[in-house]
Design a protein around this ligand. Sequence first.
Ligand SMILES: NC(=O)c1ccc[n+]([C@@H]2O[C@H](COP(=O)([O-])OP(=O)(O)OC[C@H]3O[C@@H](n4cnc5c(N)ncnc54)[C@H](OP(=O)(O)O)[C@@H]3O)[C@@H](O)[C@H]2O)c1
Length: 211
Amino acid sequence: MNIAFIGYGNVGAPLADHLQRLGHTVTLAAKDSGSENVRKVQSLNAGIKAVPPKDAVRDAEVVFLATPFQANEEALASVAEELKGKILIDCTNPVGPGLTHGLNNVQSGSEMVQKLVPEAKVVKAFTIYGFENFRDNGYAVYNVKPAMLFCGNDATAKGVVTDLIAQLGWEPVDVGGLDQALHLEHMTLMWVRMVRVNGHSPNLVWAALHR
Ligand SMILES: NC(=O)c1ccc[n+]([C@@H]2O[C@H](COP(=O)([O-])OP(=O)(O)OC[C@H]3O[C@@H](n4cnc5c(N)ncnc54)[C@H](OP(=O)(O)O)[C@@H]3O)[C@@H](O)[C@H]2O)c1
């Protein structure tokens, strides 16, 4: 698939690299193709090209949004037209002071993203763990796969995201519509507090057991 990344720092870079290694054509939506983060991604994976944001998004079937939450409005405004009808994987989390929910637990960040680009098919995914798990989640030694919980309103978009999650080595767990994003964001805050504050390993991930 043609996949574009808006934002390719801690989160975007390892996902971009992993997806390109799986055979996808990944491009960075880059305002500055010579920036430090572009160079970092290309040192991980020389096959990833950086092109102007409108071109990257126009040519993509799937777009990852991996920007600081407060940058979302600006980042999306410049490619709003090109995003119409596209699958937009929202990797962002609104985080407030003291590791609280950045939108006061009222509205989810992903619903806000959906309002910014109403004609995109927003799916929230790759948000509930730290970036340390995204280049290679490395749990193949166990019989259970780590779970990647995701949500969104468009069934076709979720089908595509399910495949990408599985290709990246996770068990995809569809938790429902975009109204579940608020709860995923709270799950993220729990993980962040456990790992970044209370000393759990950043490789702590959840598994879903079914019977
Ligand atoms: N860090 C984690 O472990 C983690 C895990 C899951 C989810 N998240 C969420 O993922 C998002 C990204 O986190 P991160 O740690 O990857 O951040 P980061 O390392 O700071 O990278 C942010 C990226 O966004 C780009 N960016 C910033 N402002 C922009 C704008 N106005 N327009 C376009 N691009 C812009 C940056 O561009 P430049 O390259 O030009 O600097 C950079 O590539 C956040 O919302 C965070 O809550 C983080």
